[in-house]
Ligand binder design. Structure first.
Ligand code: PLP
Length: 390
């Protein structure tokens, strides 16, 4: 059954005074070199004069192309500068892909649980979602069975393979090869959405990208999690056969890219220490993620019924309760009373699954705040008959 109303969005990005938010995937921008960025923006406005605040041609500037090229190279993704179409964040890339590929009723296979923005984009274009459950580990048989159970051959297979939103998991090489082979056998094109790949805590590269395993892959990148989401800059790296189609859709959505934002990113990635910034982000998230799982272990213990992942990168901890009758949505009012927020698991499902799960995002809060937030969460969750250590 496909439920249409599960995408109704919790308030992900509100920062209600006094509430500790584990809800939205917000970067901790305190690590940004603010003065340098402010100076650059000031200089660009003065030097760029009218052009930087004017409409511009829809293509990509040389400076931004170089910045994207560096990020793609660091991510190990094969990059042809001509393949890159700039977008206002990878969310817009998803919307453009949906609009280009999903005629009404078209099936799109989405790994489940999944990023709700992808579900929203695909559904807005009229697509039907088929969920590919990745929580139990993939085998060739389980993947084939799930893909072949679709009412028609999926047009696309959507994956977020590195430090996945919401589970924090990373597909190993074997799973990637399985997926790439299963999709190739069925003529299904992969969409690889990769906002978190550079944010491994140990700095080690993530396994081989789909863009290398399957040349028809459409790759989505973004500056949101490695620089700043408010600039709204992402990109689609598209194989030649679909490039013009996607470029036209993107152009119809924006008319013109945002030259000031592009210049700020291009300037920082050319002259600033962007690799140092990514290392600072990684360090910050490693400490914040460790504070969250430590606080969970100390507060919930082994007997609470909740289990969770130890993140190796990215932003997320995914909690699962062993009582499958639990619906984390019912816990939201208690959490609001305690002054803490999270996203219920069903929000990441096209079929109202994962109700006994919830997502906590550790990227926005210091270790101290995280500890306090987990104490509040424990009080909120103990308001139902679940054993939580005192
Ligand atoms: C998996 C995934 N894809 C896409 C996005 C959207 O990112 P952007 O800010 O680039 O639009 C997010 C944001 O959290 C995400 O987690």
């Amino acid at each position: 059954m496909i439920r249409e109303d599960t995408a109704s969005s919790p308030d992900l990005f509100s920062t209600k005074p006094g509430t500790i938010s584990f809800a939205g995937g917000m970067p901790n921008l305190s690590v940004l070199p603010w003065e340098q960025i402010a100076d650059d923006a000031h200089r660009m406005l003065l030097l760029g004069g009218a052009t930087i605040l004017q409409y511009t041609t829809p293509g990509i500037s040389k400076g931004l192309a170089r910045a994207i090229d560096s990020v793609m190279a660091a991510s190990g993704v094969p990059a042809d500068p001509r393949s890159v179409i700039p977008t206002a964040g990878s969310q817009m890339g998803l919307a453009a892909i949906a609009q280009s590929f999903a005629r009404e009723g078209q099936v799109i296979a989405c790994e489940a649980p999944t990023y709700p923005g992808a579900l929203a984009a695909f559904r807005a274009a009229g697509a039907r979602i088929v969920s590919i459950d990745i929580t139990g580990g993939l085998t060739e048989e389980s993947l084939a069975a799930q893909l072949d159970a679709a009412p028609e051959r999926p047009a696309l297979y959507y994956t977020n393979p590195n430090f996945h939103n919401p589970t924090g998991a990373t597909h190993d090489r074997v799973s990637r090869e399985l997926i790439a082979a299963a999709c190739a056998d069925r003529g299904v094109r992969i969409v690889e959405d990769d906002p978190y790949g550079l944010l491994s805590f140990d700095g080690e590269p993530t396994p081989v990208p789909f863009a290398e395993l399957a040349p028809s892959t459409i790759y989505l990148g973004t500056f949101s999690k490695i620089f700043a989401p408010g600039l709204r800059i992402g990109w689609i790296s598209a194989p030649e056969d679909v490039r013009a189609r996607l470029a036209h859709v993107v152009e119809s959505m924006t008319l013109s890219p945002a030259p000031l934002n592009h210049a700020i990113a291009a300037g920082f990635f050319a002259l600033g220490d962007w690799k140092g910034l990514v290392a600072d982000y990684r360090d910050t998230y490693r400490r914040q993620g460790a504070a969250m799982t430590r606080a969970l272990a100390e507060t919930f213990g082994d007997a609470s019924g909740w289990t969770w992942n130890e993140p190796g990168g990215g932003f997320y901890v995914w909690l699962t309760h062993d009582d499958v009758s639990l619906d984390a949505r019912d816990l939201l009012p208690m959490a609001a009373t305690e002054g803490v927020s999270f996203v219920p698991g069903a929000f990441f499902s096209a079929q109202d699954d994962y109700r006994n799960c919830l997502r906590l995002c550790f990227s926005a809060n210091s270790p101290d705040k995280t500890e306090e937030g987990i104490a509040r969460l424990a009080r909120a969750l103990s308001a139902r008959p679940v054993e939580v250590a005192p």
